[in-house]
Design a protein around this ligand. Structure first.
Ligand code: DON
Length: 304
């Protein structure tokens, strides 16, 4: 398969999407990212890398980090993890508060903010230094020591993090948060502010294309079942209230972030990361979704 030719063609075909979305503006650090940035990286399990555009430029991965958090917590807590967070799509925006009240502080899934905050709480309980551990984990998976915390983003997340603070406080009142509220928010805001590029992201997500085994050193990080389940949750919950449409148009497990990144996985084959900062009304990358739709159409590869 000529992946290089395909992603170059996609980079040209998505141009009409530019200008249709809007760069995240809830914090200044994200608002200043040029809307015209666009990159794709494909990493195959056979060891090849294909990339186009700004695939080497680091960006804020935001909610994509929720997958890294789950991949750390799941092997530690096993199936007991699901006593504190569900596995159903929410059909709601990522920062929604409404379901939490009538579902008694148990978030729908680990990829909405409420669910990710519970996972963060679990990581704090287990790791003496959860922030260092998060960075080490992502560096190990991506094979790159260049992955870093963008502290300007961390600070802004904190400054404007009122909804996240509300979510943690509410769950704390339902005894679903154990650590102090401030600590959970601090670790979560750091996690959201991880910066890395498309190549590094695609490399890191090969873990999920490879049934939980680190593709380069052969170390098992997740059981086969855990890897399958994380993929299943990415498919059903990775794009918030647009998860159905993503499955419909793209047909791959994936995860988006408001920094404009999307990463998706084809089990047994490859992972692909796309970055384009303009977001659609659901907070997912406008051109990124189009690019992935084109990728599965042109390669005729989806999980279905
Ligand atoms: O928690 C927040 O509000 C953001 N820092 C992360 C949200 C995010 O990326 C949602 N994704 N589409």
């Amino acid at each position: 398969m000529d992946y290089q030719g395909i992603i170059e063609e996609i980079a040209a075909l998505v141009r009409p999407e530019f200008g249709k979305g809007k760069v995240a503006d809830y914090i200044p650090a994200l608002a200043k990212v040029p809307a015209s940035k666009f990159g794709i990286a494909v990493r195959t399990l056979s060891g090849d890398t294909f990339q186009v555009g700004d695939a080497e430029e680091a960006f804020s991965i935001q909610s994509i980090s929720k997958v890294f958090a789950l991949a750390q917590a799941y092997p530690i807590y096993g199936e007991a993890l699901w006593e504190r967070v569900g596995m159903e799509p929410s059909g709601n925006p990522f920062n929604s508060l409404v379901q939490l009240e009538y579902e008694k502080g148990i978030p729908r899934n680990p990829f909405i903010n409420a669910g990710a905050l519970v996972i963060t709480d679990m990581l704090i309980e287990h790791f003496p230094k959860p922030k260092t551990r998060m960075l080490d984990f992502i560096r190990e998976l991506s094979g790159s020591d260049d992955v870093y915390y963008d502290y300007e983003v961390t600070r802004s997340e904190r400054e404007f993090g009122f909804t996240n603070a509300a979510l943690v406080n509410f769950m704390k009142s339902h005894y679903n948060i154990k650590a102090p509220v401030e600590q959970v928010l601090d670790v979560y805001f750091h996690q959201c502010s991880v910066a890395m590029n498309c190549r590094e992201l695609a490399s890191a997500f090969l873990l999920l294309a490879n049934h939980g085994v680190h593709p380069r050193n052969g170390q098992r990080i997740l059981t086969k079942s855990q890897a399958k389940r994380i993929n299943a949750i990415m498919l059903t919950c990775g794009f918030y209230d647009e998860a159905g449409e993503f499955a419909f148009c793209v047909g791959l497990p994936g995860k988006s972030g408001v920094g404009g990144g999307i990463v998706a996985v084809i089990p047994n084959e490859l992972s692909i990361a796309v970055w384009s900062p303009e977001l659609n009304e659901h907070g997912n990358s406008q051109a990124g979704i189009k690019a992935l739709e084109l990728f599965t159409t042109m390669t005729e590869m989806s999980i279905f």
